[in-house]
Design a protein around this ligand. Structure first.
Ligand code: ZN
Length: 131
């Protein structure tokens, strides 16, 4: 089963999409399997990280901006190479185990859509497979 979700990403941020992924699992009826969350964009991504302390997301964004600043030597005409770099560093998908009808996530883990070139209307996919 494939589920598509839309997201209005107005700023560079980590958007918590855990509830949408849980909804896809629930709709699918799959109790044992795999969920693949996938981002079809080149300046956005998917990652799993802490969902308890919002300072973690703040620090992740700070660290990514520091690691991948806008560089005068970039040649890509669209002018958003820093966003492409951040997207590649984060990755475009996450795979989560489904056991007993639930996502196997750690207590502090959340699933995030990461936007690096706002504002954009984005989409992401959740593919649910039974094992
Ligand atoms: Zn570009």
């Amino acid at each position: 089963m494939l589920y598509e979700y839309n997201l209005s990403a107005q700023r560079e941020d980590f958007y918590n999409i855990t509830s949408q992924v849980r909804e896809a699992v629930s709709k699918s009826g799959v109790t044992d399997g795999i969920a693949v969350v996938y981002c079809p964009h080149t300046t956005a991504g998917i990652t799993i990280n802490e969902n308890a302390d919002p300072d973690v997301v703040y620090d992740l964004l700070l660290g990514l901006r520091k690691a991948f600043p806008v560089h005068a030597g970039f040649t890509h005409g669209e002018g958003n190479s820093a966003a492409h770099l951040k997207a590649s560093a984060v990755g475009s998908s996450a795979t989560i185990i489904i056991e007993n009808g639930k996502l196997v996530l750690g207590t502090w883990q959340g699933i995030y859509f990461t936007e690096f070139d706002p504002p954009r209307n984005r989409k992401f996919y959740v593919k649910i497979m039974s094992s």
